[in-house]
Design a protein around this ligand. Structure first.
Ligand code: CDP
Length: 209
């Protein structure tokens, strides 16, 4: 079984993906972590988000240190910004495509895979068995992200998180390649007034074995 989950920042798509993976025995790939790891690697190499070189970004994808995808350092707002800037580059997306498709084709768990991101149902896995599109209103999402970052020990303010998220949303939705949008056959869930259990139960109600 292949499940594709797309959605906006802090919409709850990652939480849903993890919980569905556990519930259904599927292998999970957080594709945002790949873009964030590329962003972190570039920042570590001294690249500046305002003046970034596309060849350097592709090189960073090819030489990606996969261990960075699990580093807590990828969870900062600075890395999120860099990730969304490099993610708008067609050559970067192309460089990360095979890795994502290969994971879905040969997941560690033979029961299947669940991938979450921005373009999984539209570009990476257009033939997925189930597709979800997760969204919530921007204030709720910014509140959730502020809470997460504070809990992780980062010092952030709601106002700044909201502004960063608005910029990132607009970059992700209006870029020319693989913009954030629901696939035509995706099930949309607005999580603004739902908790993680409600979202899991609703998603499971659409999944037939
Ligand atoms: O955790 P959050 O939802 O804030 O972001 P993420 O899923 O970790 O993704 C970080 C950034 O990577 C996004 O803002 C996108 O620009 C980019 N991304 C993408 O373009 N395509 C994907 N499949 C996943 C992430």
């Amino acid at each position: 079984m292949i499940v594709a989950i797309d959605g906006s920042a802090a919409s709850g798509k990652g939480t849903l993906a993890k919980r569905l993976a556990t519930h259904l025995g599927l292998s999970h790939l957080d594709t945002g972590a790949l873009y964030r790891a590329v962003g972190l690697q570039l920042l570590k190499a001294g690249q500046d988000s305002k003046n970034i070189n596309e060849n350097q970004c592709v090189k960073s994808c090819v030489e990606l240190d996969i261990a960075l995808t699990t580093s807590p350092l990828i969870r900062s707002e600075k890395v999120a910004e860099m990730a969304s800037i490099v993610a708008a580059m067609p050559a970067v997306r192309a460089a990360l495509l095979d890795l994502q498709r290969q994971f879905a084709a040969t997941p560690p768990d033979p029961k299947g895979a669940i991938l979450d991101g921005r373009d999984i149902g539209t570009v990476v896995l257009p033939h997925a068995d189930f597709k979800f599109f997760i969204d919530a209103n921007i204030c709720t999402r910014a509140e959730r992200r502020t809470k997460e970052l504070l809990q992780a020990g980062q010092s952030v303010m709601f106002r700044d998180v909201l502004t960063d998220m608005q910029e990132r949303d607009s970059r992700d939705r209006f870029r020319s390649v693989a913009p954030l949008r629901p696939a035509d056959d995706a099930i949309s869930i607005d999580t603004s007034s739902m908790d993680a259990d409600d979202v899991l139960a609703l998603a499971l109600s659409y999944i037939t074995p």
